[in-house]
Design a protein around this ligand. Structure first.
Ligand SMILES: Cc1cc2nc3c(=O)[nH]c(=O)nc-3n(C[C@H](O)[C@H](O)[C@H](O)COP(=O)(O)OP(=O)(O)OC[C@H]3O[C@@H](n4cnc5c(N)ncnc54)[C@H](O)[C@@H]3O)c2cc1C
Length: 384
């Protein structure tokens, strides 16, 4: 397994529990800890704490799964070898692992290299996607007294569709709470024709109008400088705080191994083997799937990958799984109370025409449900 995140651990723990000591399951992952994503944006409003969302791999080890800390540098699918380099502070000096089956689940890379000026000015950016950047964004939102906060969503697909709108609405909440909102503009620039996911775009727009958040769609950022971004059509936006999500792609070792271009090429959503290799599968955000990149899809794709391996091994038993999810998008609190409301939405992809699910009423209860859902995932995969 490459990647000790949602997809990698779902596949590893399921295979270990189904097959016991008939197989050796190894998870090769970069860090000796995992920081979970979904409730992370609430750190901005002090409604979440890092200690509740960081986990270690002790429990995974106790299940008999071997965990190797190292950063994958290459895959040689012809010879069934994965090479990795040391990833301090823990890990081995680097080396190679061979496999009978490989599941590739390293998540995404946020890649700003296509934006002119990003190489020089990357450090003016902070967002909710990286823990360090998140603390920077929080500190900026809690200290800015006037100016402009600019939020940016790149072209879909990117990890967690609602996160940019969550960022904008949580930024509004913090600024309102601090009594400076009337002196700070909040602008959301989006490369898509609607905020993502489209199913809740109407509700988000309604709320943006109420909160005075300016929305610009169909504009992708192509240039960055110390205090300004420029979009492909030449529009310029000044900022004092920039919360830009860079375009997403799978890690480059996937492309280098001939396993895909921007994403790992799978045969179909239910057959996650590589189009050329029967023994190399993908799961989670790195896989090219016609679905949003989120935790439920990561979990479900991992189970489909496991089922394919069980089938290949001639094991009759299958894991029950289908593509469907219910999710929650944070809407902050328009009045500036640090009590976030959320929308519930979802999709059932088992239907010929995928069936959307939406409760148009923002509720505090949904914020609580999202927290419970997240903590249940963490307990299941990390044991606490
Ligand atoms: C801020 C934020 C908010 C989110 N909100 C939501 C939400 O509300 N709802 C929702 O459903 N989803 C949400 N998500 C998305 C969700 O977290 C991801 O879709 C899910 O984690 C994808 O699982 P994955 O296993 O593909 O990747 P991850 O869970 O990221 O796991 C990837 C693992 O691979 C490891 N790795 C990466 N590169 C290498 C390498 N070279 N060598 C070894 N290991 C490597 C990483 O360290 C990591 O452990 C959010 C994510 C973020 C960051």
């Amino acid at each position: 397994m490459i990647g000790g995140g949602i997809a990698g651990l779902t596949a590893a723990t399921t295979l270990a529990s189904r097959l016991g000591d008939k197989v050796e399951v190894t998870v090769l992952t970069k860090e000796p800890y995992y920081v979970s994503g979904p409730t992370r944006p609430l750190i901005l409003t002090d409604e979440e704490r890092f200690e509740r969302i960081i986990r270690g791999y002790g429990y995974v080890g106790s299940l008999g799964i071997k965990v190797v800390y190292g950063a994958v540098s290459s895959i040689d699918p012809g010879n069934r070898v994965v090479k990795y380099v040391e990833s301090p502070p823990y890990g081995t000096a680097g080396g190679a692992l061979s496999y009978d089956y490989l599941i590739v689940a390293p998540g995404v890379v946020f890649d700003g290299s296509g934006i002119t000026g990003y190489g020089k000015w990357w450090w003016v950016n902070s967002n909710v996607y990286d823990p360090g950047m998140l603390t920077e964004l929080k500190s900026k939102l809690w200290s800015i007294n006037q100016g402009t906060v600019l939020i940016y969503a790149p072209k879909a697909p990117y990890r967690c569709a609602p996160a940019p709108t969550e960022t904008a609405l949580l930024a509004h909440t913090v600024l309102k709470h601090r009594g400076v909102r009337d002196r700070v503009r909040v602008i959301h620039v989006d490369a898509n024709d609607k905020t993502q996911p489209p199913i809740i775009a109407d509700k988000v727009k309604e709320l943006y109008d109420k909160a005075g958040i300016e929305l610009v769609t169909n504009q992708d950022i192509t240039e960055l400088s110390s205090n300004e971004v420029v979009t492909r059509s030449g529009e310029r936006y000044k900022f004092d705080v920039l919360a830009m999500l860079e375009p997403n792609r799978a890690p480059s070792f996937i492309r280098d191994a001939g396993l895909g271009d921007n994403w790992f090429e799978v045969r179909s959503p239910t057959d996650l083997r590589h189009v050329k290799y029967d023994d190399v599968l993908a799961a989670g955000d790195a896989a090219k799937l016609p679905y949003p990149k989120n935790q439920e899809i990561a979990f479900e794709s991992a189970l489909f990958a496991v089922n394919k391996i069980l089938e290949d091994l001639g094991v009759g038993d299958r894991v029950n799984v289908q593509y469907a999810f219910v999710g929650w998008a944070y809407l902050g609190n328009i009045e500036g109370r640090l009590e976030t409301l959320s929308l519930q939405f979802g999709f059932d992809y088992t239907q010929q025409t995928p069936k959307p699910i939406k409760d148009p009423e923002p509720k505090r209860e949904y914020t609580v449900q999202k927290d419970r859902w997240m903590q249940t995932y963490l307990s299941k995969l990390f044991g606490y």
